[in-house]
Structures are given as structure tokens and as C-alpha cells.
Ligand binder design. Structure first.
Ligand code: NAD
Length: 498
């Protein structure tokens, strides 16, 4: 059995803890590899390596740091097919979708090529008599990232690209479900010219995460995953004196106004609800048609499309979506569909029991549609994270707006309408971090920032964009006086810049 170890000090190393987890092929249910689960001492070894390498990297001028990312972007493009296939083989999503996953990370690498400009400080000449004041941004030192299974390319790159470009060393603890791609990314960063020890990948579970959160040399922690763990990581990191940005789960709504182009809205919902089998933090899982007539038209148009979704393994180039990630996820999604039926929602398309010939042991769930879902139901409150779309019917715009506003999560939301005034009012009032106007999955591009509100995010700075440069650096402000002439002697009153 193939064993996936770690990447420490610029090379692959085998795990030494004696603990491993199975890595499955979600399409067949077969165990294809074992991944090592790091112990505290293995995390420590990675930190020691990082600590030794970081000062020299921080002292490397920012143009040279940027050039590593120029080369890395080239390497990602040159190896795209291989990387996407590797990702799909452990995650299960289609190869085209995996390319999207990698490209969204690649774009953050492109953004940080601007690091010489992005990390410039501020300067005030003559802040007082013979006094200049300036602020510089210095790396936090060692940063860490803990990432989820659903974007094993994009999310590690969201984190390590700005952290490393800012002059930090980095410890990545990827998801144990699909650990191979992150290690390949680290290898390609070395090939692009990154010194050994600056990017370390340590596989593991809670034990490795806890070792990161309590390590005295790690200054900043970035986390993306489910809300309970995000909350835990945020609290524990803060208790241990680290800065933290932690992003959690979601329940993204899409409002469909009576004047929306229904074909556009339906196509948008198909991609946003069922792409990647609904395993995206920005997937739309709740459709909110406004008015009975809109709701009826929506359900009527959606139903045949969901029934004819092409579901297949990642090797099927024509598949719209693949399996879900694990047997546990499969069981959990099916039981939530059972729960929706018990709660009285109308199951219009039932994806339970979906079987694919030749892949009977794969973790496939068919596209599922519930109508007449109400806010008190568990299937509305819970993040299902599978190919299950719930329709909640709203009588009017205000009722539709109140749904995402009252929901625990606040990651993304979309409105489909032809009315600019309604769209503008919606974007202004809704208490959600990322808004789409006739755009179903409003994931901001690399030079803006990504982050939700409410239980979808803990901490104040978002991923990528200029926020990421602030997160991975500390501000140092220097007040300098070069006196001329004769000194006046000591000043005993509080100095002010008169
Ligand atoms: P998860 O919370 O199970 O795991 C995320 C990471 O935390 C993994 O690296 C895992 O090893 C680690 N972990 C798991 N249990 C832990 C514990 N008890 N203590 C410490 N660490 C632990 O999430 P997942 O299933 O991999 O990913 C899916 C979730 O991630 C969904 O809720 C999804 O919405 C969310 N997500 C959010 C965003 C966002 O930007 N807001 C993006 C992608 C995914």
C-alpha cells in the first residue's frame, strides 16, 4: 500500500508516528493509499526547519521572492493535467472542476507577484521638528494553514502564496482526505526556486492541529473548514497568543425575483447547487423564489434538469458531478434527506439510492430537490454539503431578504433580478460577506478578498487581496529624529507633534 508522508525541509519524508488514515477513491470506495498522521514531534521538526530557513528568506528582496511565484505559475500551467487528475483521484470531482480549483489558487500566486508593491510601507516626512515617521510591514515569522478537503489546491494556495511572498516560512496541514496535491505543490515551489524549509506540508488530524495551535514559534494561523472546528481553532489560537483567521461553513441562498430570467436562474442553480456534488462552501443550497408563480415555474424547470444530471467518476469527461468524498459524508447526506421527508418537506427529486453501474461501492448521491422547505426544518438550518437543493417559497421581497439575514451562516448569497433598484437594496442591506447579482457563486477574484460574515468567519482579515498582506505581516512604526544644532535638554511633558 502506497504511503503518503510529509514534506519537510525541502523533501518528502516518511511519517514516524505509526498512525495513518486511509485515502479513498470516492468513485470506487477503494483504499488507494495511507496518509501519515503527524505527531507533536513531527510538527516540531517542521517548525525547526522553518525557523532556520525563514530569516534568510525574509531578507531576500521582494522582487526575488516574486520571481519564485512567476516560475511557480508557469509550472502549474505546464503540469495542469497531471495536477488536476491527482486532485480528482482523491477528491472525486471532475477533472475540469479540479482545474478550476487549481486555477483559483494560481490566480492568488499571480496576485502575490506584486509583492514588492503590495508590501510597501508608509512614510511621513516632517511629522514633527526633524522627525520622520514611517511604518514597515515585517513577516510574522512562521505561519500555518489548516485546510479542508473540498479545495485541496485553491485553499492551500490562498494561504501559502501571500504568507511566503511576505517573507514567512509556512507549515501547511492539509485535509487528510486528499493529501497528495498539496505535497506536489510544495515540490513545484521548490522547482520554482523556493529555498528548503520555507514551505512544509505536514499531514495529520486533530493531534497535528493542536500541536500547531500551541507551538510557541508559530505566529499566525489560517483555517478553512467546518464552523465548529473554525470556532475551536480561532479560540485556541487566540488563547495561545497567535493571530488567526478562521473560515467556516455556509448555507448560501439564491433569491429569484419574479422578473428574473428564469432560464438563466435555473442554469445558475444547476451549476451552483450540483457542481462538485454540492461540496463547495459557496454552493447554493437554498433557492428562494419570490411569489407562488415564480416558485412553480422554477420547480417545473429545475426538476427535469436535476433528473438528467450526468453523474460519474472523475474519469468520465462528460460527467456534471462526481461522488461525495467519503462513506460517512454519503451516509450523512442520505440521513439528512430522510430527515427532510420526516419534517414534511416535499421531496421532488430523490437522490438516495443512486447507483452507478460498475461503481456500486462509490459514494454517489443523486441530485436531490426539496420544495416547501421552511426555516424551522433541520434541512434548512444544517449545512448538508451534498447535492441537495431546498426551495423555500417567499411571498415577497422582504420575506426573501429576511431568510439569509436570519440564518446562522453568512458566507455568500445571490439575487437574480432585472431590477437594479431591488439588487442595490439587497446588496446594501443583507448581512452576508459575498453577494452575487445575477451571479450564483460570487467568489471574489484574487485581488479582492474572500470571507463570510456571522458563523462563516472568525477573525477580522479575509483571505487574499490586500487583507492577506496585512494578515501575514506585522506593522512596525518608527519615529526617527536626527537632531541638528545644540540639544535643548530633557523634555518632561508628554511629547506632541504641535
Ligand atoms: P473539517 O472542519 O472537517 O476539516 C477541516 C480541517 O480541520 C482539516 O484539515 C481537518 O484535518 C481538521 N480537523 C478536523 N477535525 C478537527 C478537530 N476536531 N480538531 C482540529 N482539527 C480538525 O472540514 P472539511 O469536511 O474538510 O471541509 C468542509 C467544510 O469546510 C464545510 O463546512 C465547508 O463549508 C467548509 N469550507 C469553508 C470555506 C470558506 O471559505 N468559508 C471554504 C471551503 C470549505
Amino acid at each position: 500500500m502506497r504511503e503518503i508522508g510529509h514534506f519537510i525541509g525541502g523533501k518528502r519524508v516518511a511519517g514516524t508516528s505509526g498512525r495513518t488514515a486511509d485515502v479513498f477513491n470516492p468513485a470506487t470506495g477503494e483504499v488507494q493509499a495511507k496518509v501519515a498522521l503527524a505527531s507533536v514531534s513531527e510538527i516540531r521538526a517542521a517548525v525547526e526547519n522553518a525557523k532556520e530557513a525563514q530569516p534568510k528568506w525574509a531578507a531576500t528582496n521582494p522582487q526575488r521572492r516574486a520571481r519564485v511565484f512567476m516560475k511557480f505559475v508557469d509550472l502549474l500551467n505546464q503540469n495542469m493535467d497531471e495536477l488536476a487528475t491527482l486532485l480528482s483521484s482523491e477528491h472525486g470531482k471532475t477533472v475540469e472542476d479540479s482545474k478550476g480549483d487549481i486555477i483559483r489558487g494560481l490566480e492568488v500566486c499571480e496576485f502575490v507577484i506584486g509583492i514588492p508593491h503590495l508590501s510597501k510601507g508608509e512614510f511621513t516626512e516632517g511629522a514633527g521638528p526633524q522627525i520622520d515617521m514611517y511604518s514597515i510591514r515585517q513577516p510574522v515569522g512562521i505561519g500555518a494553514g489548516i485546510t479542508p478537503f473540498n479545495f485541496p489546491g485553491m485553499i492551500p494556495m490562498w494561504m501559502f502564496a501571500p504568507a511566503i511572498a511576505c517573507g514567512n516560512a509556512f507549515i501547511l496541514k492539509p485535509s487528510e482526505r486528499d493529501p497528495s496535491l498539496p505535497i506536489r505543490l510544495a515540490e513545484l515551489m521548490m522547482e520554482a526556486g523556493l529555498p528548503a524549509g520555507i514551505l512544509n506540508v505536514v499531514n495529520g488530524d486533530k493531534a497535528a492541529v493542536d500541536a500547531i495551535l500551541t507551538d510557541p514559534d508559530i505566529g499566525a494561523v489560517s483555517f478553512v473548514g467546518s464552523t465548529p472546528i473554525a470556532r475551536y481553532v480561532y479560540g485556541t489560537a487566540a488563547m495561545n497568543g497567535k493571530r488567526a483567521q478562521c473560515f467556516g461553513g455556509a448555507k448560501n441562498h439564491m433569491i429569484i425575483m419574479p422578473d428574473a430570467d428564469m432560464d438563466q436562474a435555473v442554469n445558475a442553480l444547476m451549476g451552483a447547487g450540483y457542481g462538485s456534488a454540492g461540496e463547495r462552501c459557496m454552493a447554493v443550497s437554498v433557492a428562494v423564489p419570490v411569489g407562488e408563480e415564480t416558485a412553480n415555474r422554477l420547480v417545473e424547470k429545475l426538476t427535469p434538469k436535476i433528473e438528467s444530471l450526468r453523474i460519474g467518476p472523475y474519469t468520465d469527461e462528460k460527467a456534471d458531478m462526481g461522488p461525495v468524498v467519503t462513506k460517512e459524508a454519503h451516509a450523512r447526506i442520505n440521513s439528512l434527506i430522510d430527515r427532510g421527508v420526516e419534517e414534511g418537506a416535499k421531496l421532488v427529486v430523490d437522490g438516495r439510492g443512486f447507483k452507478l453501474q460498475g461503481y456500486e461501492n462509490g459514494y454517489f448521491v443523486g441530485g436531490t430537490l426539496f420544495d416547501h422547505v421552511t426555516p424551522d426544518m433541520d434541512i434548512y438550518k444544517t449545512e448538508i454539503f451534498g447535492p441537495v437543493l431546498s426551495v423555500v417559497r417567499a411571498q415577497n421581497y422582504e420575506e426573501a431578504l429576511s431568510l439569509p439575514m436570519k440564518h446562522e451562516y453568512g458566507n455568500g448569497v445571490a439575487i437574480f433580478t432585472r431590477d437594479g433598484d431591488a439588487a442595490r437594496d439587497f446588496a446594501s442591506r443583507v448581512n452576508i460577506g459575498m453577494i452575487g447579482i445575477n451571479v450564483p457563486i460570487p467568489v471574489p477574484l484574487a485581488y479582492h478578498s474572500f470571507g463570510g460574515w456571522k458563523a462563516s468567519s472568525f477573525g477580522d482579515l479575509n483571505q487574499h487581496g490586500t487583507d492577506s498582506i496585512k494578515f501575514w505581516t506585522k506593522t512596525k512604526t518608527i519615529t526617527a529624529r536626527w537632531p541638528s544644532g545644540i540639544k535643548d535638554g530633557a523634555e518632561f511633558v508628554m511629547p506632541t507633534m504641535k
